[in-house]
Design a protein around this ligand. Sequence first.
Ligand code: ACO
Length: 401
Amino acid sequence: GIDISKLLSETGYTTYDDGLANTASTMSAITYIDGDAGVLRYRGYPIEQLAKESTFLETAYLVIYGELPTAAELATWEDRIRRKTMVDERMREFFKMFPRRSHPMPVLASGLMMLSTYSFDSVDYTPEAIEKATERLIAKVPTLAAYGYKNSRGEAMLYPDNSLSYIENFLRMSFAYPTEPYEFHDEITRALDVLLILHADHEQNCSTSTVRLIGSSGANIYASVAGGVNALSGPLHGGANQAVVEMLSAIKESGISVKEYVQQVKDKKAGIKLMGFGHRIYKNYDPRAAIIKEHADKVMSLKAGRRDLLKLAQELEHAALEDDYFTERKLYPNVDFYSGLIYEAMGFPKEMFTVLFAIGRLPGWIAQWRELVTNPKRKIGRPRQIYIGEGERDYVPLGDR
Ligand code: ACO
């Protein structure tokens, strides 16, 4: 019942952009997306090429520093990260304070804030301080994520083993036991590497905009990135991969057919959406979903994943792509549609899916924060509103109400 144009003319504001869907909040040289064509590039390099040729650590370097590293630069970068994977022993104790079944996302966000208390230079914008914080975050977040996971299971937290690669180290810290090693499979290690590459940045999405908004006040990188983790936790953003597996399991358990489920979504009665479908920017097939799909079969041929759910997901995708409701609204599978199923096959419980997304998105958050704070003309982020509340009125004493 609100007349937006009348309000705009009364308040003098010329822009009302619900959900900031058509507002560029910054200039950025990091990630390019053409949502209509289904194109994603980091620093100019197509996501398909990076997923095929690169590693997550190399892509992180590219996203953060703007260029692919030389062999010597890559070796130095990997070495510097490897040397910083340990966290202070008191942090291990801190992780034991969380309730046994705590969701690992708030535990990760808390861990990041705890990490900030160990950094005396966290509000220092010297290039050295920014470098140090960058390396600490990339190195320690997988350790914190694995600690959160182990804690949620009441199992011993393992120290990093720096003879291993970045991905292997994380898999081992997540799945090995003090007396039982983790058996590596090249396909699983590579699939995780690729999944993290695919998540490394996605321009001004909800969590990245949050990182920038927090950083714009001058808050340090740890506070900004912790805000990103919290924004990512919602089911419409990073939590969607968990929601997809829950949706598929619920369909399976209820015994309804794919056709019936699609009809329920279209009817909008139960307020259900086809999770893992649709995107604010992609109005075409999300290029990341196409790459993930290729890895789903490889991983599931090694591990006893939910093949039944993969089949159901494929049927749902097929039904939706054949249906005018979805094509008219340009709703296609997004990055989350298949990623949860692969994580599940790797052995991660669904509460960890969004944590894996956070590990992947970390280079993007860092790069965007660095781009923000090294801009001498940066301004504090402060959107306006259109007030629709009461006009002026007099205070009524308690006894008269
Ligand atoms: N299932 C069914 N219908 C949908 C879906 C869906 N997943 N997504 C959008 N629609 C419909 C809406 O109901 C709306 O229909 P209407 O025009 O008849 O009212 C129309 O498509 C436009 O949708 P909006 O909500 O306006 O699109 P918006 O850009 O605001 O939302 C979003 C994008 C949040 C991703 C949405 O598509 C969604 O909720 N998807 C499911 C959750 C999901 O998978 N999130 C992951 C996003 S990717 C990421 O974070 C990595």
